[in-house]
Design a protein around this ligand. Structure first.
Ligand SMILES: [Zn+2]
Length: 313
């Protein structure tokens, strides 16, 4: 895994002209350090650069971004976040992979969009207290035209929507841990063959190991009994705060011995009224999606506490 820092470098166009020119010269100098001075354009006041944490360039930029004594330099260098990036080999050898949506063009269920706080026509039964989606009570009704020719798309609730040809391929591949249910065009429900399908992971994993995984904004609803939370991305360094990807840990390989090819987390992520589990796939599904050249998704590896302890010891 590589830790890649994203810095925003630039000058503010609302500051006095002279200050802007000083800052512009500093920005040029920083791009020069990075060997990227060709990027510089006096009409463009903002740049994103990526450097690996621990590299000489990272140390230089972090020294500016986190220097309390240099406010005039700090205003031109801002550490936006640190991302964790994995090689193909690391993803293939991970115990499981969190599946992320890169495409939500399908939107949400038509009636859920009309009634975001719940109502008689929504796709889920809601908790009367926290408004959370307690149970899906009917097939999803979407605007299927938004799918276009895609194989996969995700609703805002992270429901996985598939084209029929991709469902057939997934079923033929023999993967485990999921069911499919029809998805209909909202003006033509329950007529003929379903134009799309929803892939529903049926296997729930054991709880994530926390610590070391850090959660924030943990809320419990005493009416439906659901707990909702977020991964905690906030970090502090010498009085400065920044954001970094938060790794997800499971206690041991043993704890994941029942894992299927498709799984859902025990935890529900997000605000109570929209919280949903994350979907985790096996490296086998990851490899297969790549081979089939299916687009619009990305993955992140999960970790094992026992391996982290071994590396420390
Ligand atoms: Zn509730």
């Amino acid at each position: 895994m590589k830790r890649i820092a994203l810095f925003a470098i630039g000058w503010s166009v609302v500051l006095p002209r002279e200050t802007q020119e000083e800052d512009m010269a500093r920005v040029f100098q920083i791009l020069q350090w990075l060997g990227q001075e060709k990027l510089f354009d006096p009409t463009r006041n903002g740049y994103y650069v990526e450097v690996e944490v621990g590299s000489e360039m990272f140390n230089r930029l972090a020294a500016i971004a986190f220097d309390k004594n240099l406010p005039e330099l700090r205003r031109i260098v801002d550490l936006r976040r640190i991302e964790h990036r994995y090689s193909h080999e690391e993803l293939l050898s991970a115990p499981l992979l969190i599946l992320y949506a890169n495409n939500m063009s399908i939107g949400d269920d038509y009636y859920d969009e009309q009634e975001p706080l719940g109502g008689p026509y929504t796709s889920h039964r809601h908790c009367p207290a926290c408004r959370g989606n307690v149970e899906q009570v009917r097939d999803l009704l979407v605007n299927t035209r938004r799918m276009s020719k895609r194989g996969i798309s995700f609703t805002y609730k992270r429901e996985i929507i598939l084209a029929p040809w991709l469902v057939q391929m997934i079923q033929e591949a023999g993967f485990t841990g999921f069911g499919v249910r029809p998805v209909w065009h909202f003006t033509r429900p329950y007529v003929g063959d379903p134009p799309l399908y929803q892939l529903v992971p049926t296997h729930t994993l054991p709880p994530i190991a926390s610590p070391p995984t850090r959660f924030t904004n943990v809320k419990h609803c005493s009416v439906c009994g659901r707990t909702t939370l977020y991964l905690d991305y906030s970090r502090e360094w010498d009085g400065f705060t920044y954001l970094e990807d938060e790794p997800v840990y499971y206690s041991s390989r043993e704890a994941l011995s029942d894992a299927k090819d498709f799984n859902r987390t025990f935890e529900l992520f997000g605000e109570p009224h929209i919280a949903e589990p994350m979907v985790l796939i096996s490296p086998r599904v990851y490899q297969w999606l790549r081979e089939q050249k299916v687009k619009s998704w990305s993955v992140e590896a999960v970790h094992l506490v026992e391996e982290a302890q071994r590396q420390e010891g």
